[in-house]
Write a protein that binds this ligand. Structure first.
Ligand code: AHR
Length: 327
């Protein structure tokens, strides 16, 4: 996968917003106000704290005041068919651009080809497509899942100098970020012979599922698990509950690392229940606005625009981050 650069967002967006208001936006393929640029947002919909933060951020930015008519189409129960149907209607409607957060990585070729034939540019938000044919879309905007997962493994290697038995709680099968996070974690763990992955299962981004999945893992391994790599915060918090249920102490008997960086996870890090949190920054609408306007102006973009993310490895770091967190 090509990973080319990250963007400093703040300054660019302010200038851009002003610019946009002045020029009055692109042609209007849909109904309503001709000055507005119509954007179809094929979104994931309700899925947890991270998703809500990301999709609210996008909707709060692409407003009529900014010259946009954003048509928000969340999936029905994360079902890909509902996304493909929404995508198809946007192409038939002739919107000016499509933003896509795919619930599944594969199965998008023909939809993206149809958009291309209709000269409707597509920007991927967070999620990638598989196979990753970068000719089928303008750019993907997201934090770097491989590097974020690298940071979790780096932390574990330092935290457990004598190694550990560990498990991975994965997101849903077939989702690009799940594969990328496994790739990043495994590539850093490679050669670490004192570490043994005793199990790896999906818990579908869910606290409840993660609790029951990890309870079973603890039982079937006689509680001989020292580390959990949870691919998102909600699943990490479920693992905390399972540890307590087993009469063990989270942060001592079992150390849990998560990805996302939502307030609930940072609070659990302050309390010592979680031990490491790698942020997967959901707030990048300014970067998306910058990219959309560059595409509208006919500019070519890098195929992957990386959003900066942080890591938190102590209660103090989490406490500080919580002072200005709104997700
Ligand atoms: O695609 C990003 C992932 O989707 C987040 O890490 C997870 O919380 C969300 O549901």
């Amino acid at each position: 996968m090509k990973r080319l650069r990250s963007i400093t967002t703040l300054a660019g967006a302010t200038v851009l917003t002003l610019g946009l208001a002045a020029c009055g936006g692109g042609s209007n393929g849909g109904d309503g106000d001709d000055d507005l640029t119509t954007i179809g947002f094929v979104a994931v919909g309700p899925e947890g704290a991270w998703r809500e933060a990301n999709e609210t951020n996008i909707q709060d930015t692409f407003t009529e005041d900014e010259g946009f008519d954003l048509k928000f189409a969340p999936a029905t129960n994360m079902d890909q068919k509902s996304q493909i149907d929404a995508f198809t209607s946007f192409v038939d409607e002739g919107v000016d651009m499509i933003l896509l957060s795919a619930t599944e990585g594969s199965g998008w070729e023909s939809s993206l080809e149809r958009a291309q034939e209709a000269e409707i540019p597509v920007i991927l938000i967070d999620r990638g497509i598989e196979p990753d044919d970068t000719d089928l879309y303008e750019t993907r905007i997201a934090p770097d899942n491989i590097e974020v997962a690298n940071s979790v493994a780096d932390w574990a290697i330092e935290e457990f100098p004598d190694g550990a038995n560990y498990v991975t709680l994965e997101g849903p099968a077939g989702v690009s970020v799940v594969n990328e996070r496994n790739e990043g974690f495994d590539e850093t763990m490679e050669g670490e012979s004192d570490f043994e992955q005793v199990d790896s299962q999906t818990a579908n981004w869910s606290t409840e599922e993660a609790k029951s999945v990890f309870e079973t893992m603890l039982k079937s391994n006689n509680n001989d698990i020292q580390f959990v790599f949870a691919q998102n915060d909600e699943m990490g918090l479920g693992a905390v509950q399972a540890v307590e249920e087993a009469g063990l102490t989270p942060g001592e008997d079992v150390k849990i690392a998560t990805i996302d960086g939502t307030s609930s996870a940072l609070e659990a890090l302050v309390d010592g229940d979680l031990s490491f949190v790698a942020e997967y920054n959901p707030i990048f609408s300014d970067t998306a606005l910058d990219a959309v306007n560059k595409v509208l102006d006919g500019e070519d973009l890098d195929s992957y625009i990386i959003v900066e993310s942080a890591t938190f490895d102590s209660p103090e770091a989490a406490e500080e981050a919580l002072t200005d967190r709104d997700f």
